[in-house]
Design a protein around this ligand. Structure first.
Ligand code: GLN
Length: 472
């Protein structure tokens, strides 16, 4: 599929359009699509000024960045020195960051233009963007439905044509699932491929940064810029991301994870996934049916490990160092307690309580330690599958986008939407959601492709072939 990013940069370099026009157009569409509530803030003055600076560089024949004049938005858990960074939580309502996250710095250095910040579930806790303190984002295809989450604003900003790409973060599915719900590409790299410096931490052992785009090729272009070591994030591997330009070189062996095309999965989701497997078979891939028995424990593991980590990470929001402080609080305990009570959403509080519980001395062994052991068994199962398979295939989510409000009273139902995205997150594996048709109501369905650790370039290459097959 044709890269939107390349189209824009080529036209700017050829003088057929300007960065100024691109930014104006993005801001105009953002205004037209305001009711979807994809964005929490837009930066008209800043973005147009940047565009004019870039247009001057084009005119003067100066060296241009790889994303010259391309407008983008970032999920509002990326620190940006322009505007606010709220993580969609009241406790950071007025927070202005003194720095840009490394990902933002790298994109800006390539002459991309940040035009706004995208909505999310507060602190990225959620799968529908309904946990935002500023109200939900609506699905780009059916506005009575959820955007998915937690990078719902980023997905809708791309799907509704505001920007060609957006930054998201993914801890258990937050890029892939909203990508799938809105019919765009959502790519979660191998853990440690892209610096997380300047991204509000959720669960440090699974958090990753990645792009939402309209094509896999655009995910390659953006990831090539974002990948690489950063002195501020010691978990980033030395550079290994080398985009491949060839189409699938050898006959790939694709494992369909049978556990995820079984009972409880929407019929159309199952049908589209199995049809894709057939088409891949016809295209010369070897298709194997495989099983991941530990997958049935993945949500239980995730909802112990992740709350444990996030309860520690959120301890820093104490009403003193960042953001909002309760004005009535008369002593230090009240400053902490009342500010945190005002500033966190119910879902944040639920997770902080679970996390504190599973880490407490009497329960650590029974919950946290056991969950980590089970996580290792899941990782071993993935490793075993990759002895025979190059890539794994399954749906991205068990259903297409659900109705706004449908799951808000039932956290467990909401968590089930993560059943397929959580396992690769726990294992640190790269995974990408590519659009794979629609259901009978026209709602987008995503196919999740999972690769081996550090085979991001191969996975994205495979994703491009899958796109071609789906669109043939
Ligand atoms: N929906 C998942 C959760 O609520 C994933 C969130 C994420 O990846 N940030 O934890």
């Amino acid at each position: 599929m044709q890269s939107k990013i390349e189209q824009i940069t080529a036209n700017i370099k050829a003088g057929k359009t300007t960065a100024h026009e691109q930014v104006e157009q993005a801001l105009k569409i953002a205004k037209e699509k305001e009711s979807l509530h994809a964005l929490l803030e837009t930066f008209e003055d800043y973005a147009l000024k940047r565009a004019d600076e870039i247009d001057a560089k084009v005119k003067n024949g100066e060296k241009l960045g790889r994303l010259v004049g391309v407008p983008y938005v970032a999920k509002d858990n990326f620190l940006t020195s322009v505007g606010h960074t709220t993580a969609a939580a009241k406790i950071l309502d007025n927070f202005e960051s003194p720095i840009d996250a490394t990902a933002i710095q790298k994109l800006n250095a390539e002459d991309a233009i940040l035009i706004g910040k995208a909505n999310l579930d507060a602190f990225a806790h959620g799968g529908s963007t309904e946990n935002s303190a500023y109200g939900p984002t609506h699905n780009a295809v059916d506005n009575t439905r959820v955007a998915g989450g937690s990078s719902g604003g980023s997905a809708v900003a791309v799907a509704s044509g505001i920007v060609p790409f957006a930054l998201g973060s993914d801890t258990g599915g937050s890029i892939r699932q909203p990508g799938s719900f809105n019919g765009v590409v959502g790519y979660k790299p191998t853990y440690g491929m892209i610096s997380r410096y300047g991204v509000v931490a959720m669960a440090s052992s699974t958090d990753v940064v990645g792009p939402l785009t309209t094509t896999a090729q655009d995910a390659v272009i953006v990831s090539d810029i974002l990948a690489g070591q950063d002195g501020h994030d010691g978990t980033v591997h030395p550079d290994y991301f080398k985009p491949q330009t060839t189409t699938v070189k050898k006959k790939s062996v694709i494992g369909i994870i049978d556990d995820f095309v079984s009972d409880g999965v929407d019929e159309d989701v199952k049908k589209n996934t199995l049809e894709l497997a057939d088409k891949l078979g016809q295209a010369g891939c070897e298709i194997k049916h495989v099983s991941l028995p530990m997958a049935k424990y993945a949500l239980a593991i995730y909802y112990i490990v992740v709350p444990a980590e996030l309860s520690s990470n959120l301890a820093r929001f104490d009403g003193i160092r960042y953001g909002v402080r309760n004005k009535e609080a008369g002593n230090i305990d009240d400053v902490y307690g009342m500010s945190r009570n005002d500033g966190f959403m119910p879902e944040n509080k639920r997770r902080i309580m679970i996390g504190s519980y599973v880490l407490s001395s009497g329960f650590y062994d029974a919950y946290y330690l056991k969950a980590q052991k089970a996580r290792t068994l899941l990782i071993n199962e993935f490793n075993k599958l990759f002895e025979d398979c190059d890539y794994l295939l399954c749906p991205t989510a068990p259903t297409p986008a659900f109705k706004l409000g449908e799951n808000t009273d039932d956290p467990l139902k909401m968590y089930l939407a993560d059943a397929m995205t959580v396992p690769p997150s726990l294992a640190g594996l790269p995974a990408i959601s590519v659009p794979n048709g629609t259901d009978e109501n026209g709602l987008p369905i995503g196919a999740q492709l999972i690769g081996q650790m550090k085979d991001d370039a191969g996975l994205l290459n495979f994703a491009e072939s899958v796109e071609d097959i789906v669109n043939a």
